[in-house]
Design a protein around this ligand. Sequence first.
Ligand code: MIC
Ligand code: SF4
Length: 658
Amino acid sequence: MLFGSRLMGRNIVEKLLHSHLISGEPRPGQEVAIRIDQCLTQDATGTMAYLQFESMGLDRIRAELAVSYVDHNTIQVGFENADDHEYLRTAAQRFGAVFSKPGNGICHQLHLERFGLPGKTLLGSDSHTPTGGGIGMLAMGAGGIDVAVAMGGGPFYLNWPRVRLVRLTGELQPGVSAKDVILKVLERYGTKGNVGWVLEYGGPGVASLDVPARATITNMGTELGVTTSVFPSDSVTRGFLAAQGREEGWVALEADSSATYDDVFELDLSTVEPLAACPHSPGNIAPITELAGRKVNQVLIGSCTNASYRDLKTVALLLRGRRVHPEVSAGVAAGSRQVVQMLAREGLLESYISAGFRILENACGFCIGNSASPQSGGVSLRTSNRNFEGRSGTADAQVYLVSPETAAAAAISGRITDPRTMETVPEVQRPQQFLVDDSLFLYRETVGKGVPGTEIRRGPNIGQPPAGQPLPSVLDGVATIKVGDRITTDHIMPAGARLKYRSNVPQYARYVFEHVDPGFYARAVEHRDAGRQNIIVAGESYGQGSSREHAAMCPMYLGVRLVVAKGFERIHQANLINFGILPCCFADASDYDRIQAGDRIACDDLHKLLEGGGDLVNTTQGYRFEVKTALTERQRRILLDGGLLRHVAAAAGAGEGA
Ligand code: MIC
Ligand code: SF4
């Protein structure tokens, strides 16, 4: 494809986007459509993604590759999780996806090891899909329905991003690792105000970071709210792929020497020190030296951020000949079966066992709060990427996010400890050859073809995606809830103990805002059933965190038609539109202070709001206030039709339903 004569070179992000561009104008903020090469789903979002894939009448996977992972809901108390797994297995077989059995590991770690390729696009129904940026992919998270469309060969729509170069120089000091680098970036940019940006890593310091380190950085870049993060593909990438037996898929990818950026952040790796994200935000950063000495109750090593062979071997070596502090409960969950097998083969699992670590399943587990919750008020040090209040399953726990080295030091000493104070921290090199055993990836031979006659198994936990309703022209609504800044999708739609209802929307909807306002569900149902629309009023960065589309789908089911906020996060905003909920922003932020929960809100031409905004009337307090919308023509049509499923059905000439 020709993109016109060019005077300036391209950065990596531009190269990846241009080589996949289908339509739209490549200007920051403009919506463009791109081709997606690879897709991934995980079980907690995947059942809905595949149910919607079916609802749209799609018959087989048309992307180059789709992998259906099972890693989130592996606790299996009751039949629900297992029903989901069986549905996903049979759907993968039928439609031509690879199925990754439970026990294989965490989607992002596995995808990096076995499928990801530089130069490709990857869309995943999980917000940490940018992990793939560690090997030079344009890897993005999205709601399940957007991934379903991409699996069926359809385009993905995103706003052309602005690109910030994170220019790395120097080298990390012993005891400091990739987690500290991304925490440093979070310290600088925080968790809000980064929507519409992509971080591109470059500079001479890149060469000193191996692929797992790069993947840790791009993984947790998600917490900034950026669209994605990406590293070049160089000899380090090539070496990693070769060691995974996949060198043939390697291509070089680097920025042109004359490439330009919208912003540059200079970071000298040698100045980075051990850091922690303190309760209750990944952006609440403090140096370990300041926190040192605090008593720790729990240490958990794992998650898609820090559970690579490199990370777990580093900890295993640190643990040799040492024991977990008697008052600490320590656990380790490897990122993949490959990691477990290699640790076992090298006798490193033994270090964990002898030290007194609990060996947890190689799955998301503790990270999503469905196991290993800390004691009340407990201090937990974790190598994962999110410490939102209550996410651990214990409402008043104090969760700190740290590097594997810092976690190991705390496990041994029982206190927050600077890992640089431990005698030599080992430097783990990439192995010549990783242990490759793909036997838990099923249906590789029928990728893209599927097995058409396969019966899809639907146990009682498998519901139907709810149908939306066209957007009414008149709003007669209620501000059913008013929440503050930085409300995460964990606040809106809790995971943990409620995770097993992901495939059962009427049941899951009972828990919308459960921990924020337990009365929300009953009020919302009452208003909905009385013919009033529910409205959510929110502060800045509404919908941070997880990509879970249930945070839009369940409110839609409860009759929410409008969210009026000071600002939105990218994935959640797209999910709201996909489920027929109109996201609008206060034109004057001070109107946020004025509106109260319970106020009646009216508008006699709601459709007009789609054209950039207009006035809403607070009939309880008797004043008008202005809201703004920023929608493309495509988004307007989706909203008018009542969500993407109905829109697709309408476009296919099927009229009603879906
Ligand atoms: C998360 O880390 O919050 C999750 C669970 O992986 C989510 C997906 C989900 O809610 O299923 C994410 O990051 O998108
Ligand atoms: Fe799983 Fe945690 Fe990673 Fe989400 S952040 S994919 S729950 S390991």
